[in-house]
Design a protein. Structure first.
Length: 233
């Protein structure tokens, strides 16, 4: 695993992603605040003609179950607002309104495979070490499926909703095994609240207690952290 400590994580992660951009490229996108500087940088580079999103497709990691796609905090709405609508990129994601959840999970896995797999997957990390919505205890070989959020993750994400009670309890997320199939993984973490999770992911044992630690098994991971998130390394 390559670990880059930098005061410009958005630029460094955008460099890594830009290296994969070509017609037909398949991006794996993440929601949350950590990837926002990456999207800003990529859009700026597109505006200056440095790169192009022509014929690029994208898949998201996860979605809240039971939240309509039109809800402003559905990850479908969030990723379109934060990046893909501005980039002109077609994006697919797990359908949080699916009534047959296992069938939707299977559809999503098949859609990623039919696209040829993900060239580069951007990831944030939860304070408990989750990636996507693979909470601690997730099988290291898991595929897209439903998960129950921990109280800590619901509290972390309450800032996007009116209150913690409005944060959905169940989600659909790519599994750790699904994420490991991306050809390159770029994880971005910033701020002191992520320091413990980053240290456990990078230097701890590979364990379901810290789902991000599974990335130690992947042959091509770039972990981009600011000095605060690197404090416990
Ligand atoms: C959510 C998302 C994760 C994301 C995490 C951290 O739980 N499902 O994909 O990595 O939040 O978000 P942030 O970057 O806002 O701290």
């Amino acid at each position: 695993m390559e670990v880059v400590v930098t005061t410009s994580p958005g630029e460094v992660a955008a460099d890594a992603i830009a290296g994969h951009l070509r017609p037909g490229a398949v991006l794996g996108l993440a929601t949350g605040s950590s990837p926002l500087p990456v999207y800003t940088s990529l859009l700026r580079r597109r505006d200056t003609g440095e790169l192009s999103f022509d014929s690029v497709r994208a898949f998201t990691l996860d979605e809240y179950l039971g939240l309509p796609r039109s809800h402003p905090q559905s990850y479908h709405s969030v990723i379109r607002r934060d990046f893909t609508d501005q980039a002109g990129i077609e994006v697919d994601g797990p359908d949080g309104e699916a009534t047959d959840v296992p069938a939707e999970a299977a559809r999503y896995e098949a859609a990623i495979a039919a696209a040829g797999g993900i060239d580069v997957q951007l990831l944030g990390i939860g304070t408990d070490g989750h990636i996507g919505f693979n909470e601690p205890g997730s099988s290291l070989a898991s595929r897209t499926r439903t998960k129950t959020l921990t109280p800590r993750t619901r509290e972390d994400n309450a800032r996007f909703f009116g209150s913690v009670d409005e944060v959905p309890i169940h989600v659909l997320t790519q599994g750790l095994g699904t994420i490991l199939e991306a050809r390159h993984v770029v994880l971005v973490a910033t701020g002191p609240a992520k320091a413990a999770a980053v240290a456990a992911a990078v230097e701890g044992p590979v364990s379901a207690y810290c789902p991000a630690s599974v990335l130690q098994l992947h042959p091509h991971v770039t972990c981009v952290v600011d000095p605060d998130a690197a404090a416990d390394l």
